[in-house]
Design a protein around this ligand. Structure first.
Ligand code: GAL
Length: 844
């Protein structure tokens, strides 16, 4: 089927709009997809989902587009392909309901063939409903946040996501591949079809290998062609060498039994192009996870699906930027917490080299929130899981499937053990090449009332669980899992290895600040294949779960509660918006926590931070997902000669710190809990310069410097690129810094700022990384946070100039010009953002 991107010019309205309402209601506004109907709304202290949603309210959103369906398609199949739509969606055409979908993250296809009027303009209307509060534990966004494709092709066609290529073996200079192509025959007679698969290197049309067969597909049925195909001298895919191939599947309908024998003439053909990579995966307790026969430890981070200022909108550029930055600090894996990611993210991981722990669900039948997916799980899980696996199974970056996260059924309630096995089996039938996992946590929930009584005591033990009840209770739940995901239970690795010597374990979710003393364990234990932090990138919702406080009185309730009091059960108060627990903030700035992790993973840079003198000598209390409140700052006006703490992260043996050129000490880097690879220095604050130098074998390895800056004097724009494609999908990220006269970022420069965009792009997002804000990221008004902010420009569909103007209180405004050049639909040399399927743009 040809996939035509129809993301431009939709009419967006709020509320539910039926056919009658369409005539009477407001005219709506024109938007381009992907679009998030929630991110531009105001946050409210009274939002029903409170901190879960980051105080966004949600509601009903409605999208309409008028599409010309050509007369020439009259004998074809026509449909709409969604990569996900948030959520409880109905799809209408010309007023007739043709499809619906509950789960907001699963891809789905709606067949329109019997409902479209060929040779006419057809009205497509989609209603989305995120108002069944509380429907998620985090910010979901709302609407058509992953775009829409219009598909058409002959009646004997390749089913959407119906091509699958897997690597059976790589040896003797060949990759032995197995391809399957699923073909639907929507005619009323049995047909024969010639099915061919050809392999080219990605970006080339030279066919390296080709193979095929003829099969019969009965009327109204789907039939699979299994085709063996070999590839000489394959370039294998891994994160360091993200070599990609494309498979071109071609299906020619060659008639019925009788006509086929008389003449083997093609009546019609369908074509589908799919990216894939050649690589093998195995996992065992002796050699761990092996990619292409080499053992790999996963340096992982959990990611939610939102893109910060853009809300839930997923665009290749935003996802690729994230992946590139994560790679820079040593990540080689992400976990798509806790749902199917966008196709754009998966493609970015394929192209740039990042392993994915690809997750299906956060809830099964037992709810975590009253309005969540648990309501639909019983009826929908198989359909949604299947669509997800089929979409992602060609992607080499996907190396582990996960059936869920912290599923309450882990204790066996709600027939949980049987469901767990059923889900794993369903995946294996669709793809037998990847291990299946599930992120299992301790039993703070998930047991019946009687068993629950004993659990809280065990949980409170500082040694973790005091007996093996967790293992006993969850063992049947792990049936079908090739890798058991341990959420926050590193203490159990060695003990559980004694109990289950063949079990492959993964730290599927862990506390960010603990990586220093947890990672050596991952390296030492062959059966533990990696560690995923919660989280790698900050996200909207679950607001304020990462916090640190500095308290004088040891009897203070926060100290007494060991940090739990910082996380009230009602959630962090308004206007907390982001989780504040990540290695990167929502703008993509590396946080001290991320610097620390990179050092633990081998980065030889020195990182110097300070703790505000106000906190000196106080008791540090953190939430489980918190990190010390250190910053890369040496601006403490009014605190001159007061004691201050300096914190250095370093992989070296020793660190020395100089304040205004004078050494204040040289000491070995601490290698003990709670923070190996760090050193602390206490001194008195004196404005000027502070420097930390790392030494190994007595020689300097690296250094870091902080200076006291002057007052805010200028605005500096840092565009990440100067040109973009006029394809409606490209983004230009522009960093904004408030600097002094010397060009130093003023870390306390918190000024009111404004942004305006004119020309062929729009301001898609504007704001700061402040996790606590009432900002509307779409209105061009914000406040810099620690001297920084960000503007994100999104291209329209016409070529030309774009001007961004930024102003700040008391400073001269600045502007920057950009150029939107190649228009994707006219430019055959361009790499399309999605090579999944044959994508084109609709000329109208
Ligand atoms: C975990 C959960 C995550 C997130 C995290 C922080 O237990 O799996 O989704 O909620 O806690 O609160």
């Amino acid at each position: 089927m040809e996939n035509i991107c129809i993301d431009d010019k939709w009419i967006f309205r709020r509320g539910f709009v039926d056919s009658l309402g369409m005539l009477n209601e407001d005219p709506g506004v024109e938007v381009n997809l992907p679009h998030d109907g929630m991110i531009g709304t105001e946050v409210e202290a009274a939002a029903p989902a409170k901190s879960d949603s980051g105080y966004f309210v949600g509601g009903l959103t409605n999208y309409t587009k008028y599409v010309d369906i050509p007369k020439e398609w009259e004998n074809e199949s026509v449909g709409l392909k969604f990569d996900g739509a948030m959520m409880n969606v109905t799809v209408d055409i010309n007023g007739c309901k043709v499809g619906s979908q509950h789960y907001g993250y699963a891809p789905f296809y709606v067949d329109l063939t019997d409902y479209v009027t060929f040779g006419e303009t057809n009205r497509i209307t989609i209603n989305c409903n995120t108002s069944m509060y509380v429907n998620s534990r985090w910010y979901t966004g709302s609407g058509l946040y992953r775009g829409v494709m219009l598909c058409h092709g002959p009646k004997v066609n390749i089913v959407p996501d119906g091509v699958f290529v897997r690597t059976k073996e790589v040896s003797d200079g060949y990759a032995f591949l197995e391809a399957e192509v699923e073909i639907r025959n929507s005619t009323t007679e049995n047909r024969l079809a010639k099915v061919t698969v050809s392999i080219c290197e990605e970006g080339s049309d030279d066919v390296l290998s080709s193979s095929g067969r003829v099969i019969q597909i009965n009327a109204g049925k789907v039939q699979k062609a299994d085709i063996a195909i070999n590839l000489k001298d394959p370039k294998l895919w891994d994160v360091e060498h993200p070599n990609l191939y494309k498979v071109i599947a071609r299906v020619e309908s060659i008639g019925t039994y009788r006509t086929h024998i008389i003449s083997e003439k093609a009546e019609a053909f369908d074509i589908s192009e799919t990216l894939f990579g050649v690589r093998t995966i195995t996992a065992d307790a002796l050699r761990g996870l092996r990619i292409n026969g080499e053992t790999v430890k996963l340096k992982g981070g959990c990611l939610h699906h939102d893109n910060g200022l853009l809300g839930a909108v997923s665009l290749y550029e935003a996802e690729a930027r994230k992946v590139k930055k994560l790679k820079e600090t040593g990540f080689n894996a992400i976990r798509t917490a806790h749902n199917p990611p966008s196709a754009a993210l998966v493609e970015a991981c394929d192209r740039l080299g990042m392993y994915i722990f690809d997750e299906a669900f956060d809830a099964w039948g037992i709810a975590k929130r009253g309005g969540d997916y648990s309501q639909f799980f019983d009826n929908d899980w198989e359909k949604d899981l299947t669509a997800f696996i089929r979409r992602d199974r060609n992607h080499p970056s996907v190396i582990i499937w996960s059936t869920g996260n912290e599923i309450p059924e882990r204790g066996g309630l709600n027939d949980g053990y049987a469901i767990a096995t059923k889900l794993a089996d369903t995946i294996k039938k669709l793809d037998g090449t990847r291990p299946v996992s599930n992120g299992i946590c301790s039993l703070w929930s998930g047991l019946d009332d009687e068993l629950m009584k004993g659990q809280s005591q065990m949980q409170n033990s500082s040694e973790g669980l005091i007996n093996t009840s967790w293992e006993t209770i969850t063992e049947p739940f792990t049936n079908g899992l090739d890798i058991v995901g341990y959420n926050y239970m590193e203490e159990l690795y060695e003990r559980d290895h004694e109990l289950f010597p063949e079990r492959v374990m993964l730290g599927s979710e862990n506390f960010p600040k603990e990586i220093g003393f947890r990672w050596p364990l991952v390296e030492r234990l062959p059966y533990v294949i990696g560690d995923f932090t919660w989280t790698a990138w900050d996200y909207l919702g679950e607001a304020g779960i990462g916090k640190a406080a500095y308290i004088e009185d040891e009897n203070d309730p926060v100290v007494k509660s060991n940090g739990w009091a910082l996380m009230p059960s009602a959630g962090s108060p308004y206007p907390w918006r982001c989780a504040n627990d990540a290695d990167y903030d929502i703008l993509g700035h590396l946080m001290p926590q991320g610097a620390y992790r990179s050092v633990v993973w081998g980065n030889e840079k020195t990182y110097l931070f300070t703790l505000h003198p106000e906190y000196f000598g106080k008791i540090e209390v953190m939430t489980m997902w918190g990190f010390p409140a250190i910053t890369p700052t040496w601006n403490y006006k009014g605190w001159e000669n007061k004691p201050v703490r300096l914190v250095v992260f370093s992989k070296a043996e020793e660190v020395e710190v100089f304040v205004n050129g004078k050494s204040i000490g040289r000491k070995p880097v601490n290698m003990e809990r709670p923070m190996p690879n760090s050193a602390y220095f206490d001194t008195e604050y004196a404005p000027g310069k502070v420097e930390a130098v790392s030494y190994a074998g007595g020689k300097e390895v690296s250094r870091d410097i902080l200076v006291t800056t002057g007052e805010p004097a200028r605005i500096r724009l840092i565009p990440e690129k100067k040109t973009a494609k006029a394809d409606g999908h490209d983004l230009i990220y522009v960093g904004i810094e408030i600097t002094d006269n010397e060009g130093n970022v003023v870390p306390c420069g918190e000024l009111k700022i404004n942004a305006e965009v004119s020309g062929c792009a729009v301001l898609a997002g504007f704001g700061s990384g402040n996790p606590k804000t009432e900002d509307n990221y779409t209105d061009g008004e914000s406040e810099s946070f620690r001297g920084r902010a960000m503007a994100i420009l999104r291209s329209g569909y016409s070529k030309g100039k774009v001007i961004l103007k930024v102003s700040a209180d008391g400073l001269d405004s600045v502007q920057e010009d950009f150029e939107l050049d190649s228009q994707y639909k006219n430019d055959s040399d361009d790499i399309p953002q999605f090579t999944i399927g044959n994508m084109a743009y609709l000329d109208q």
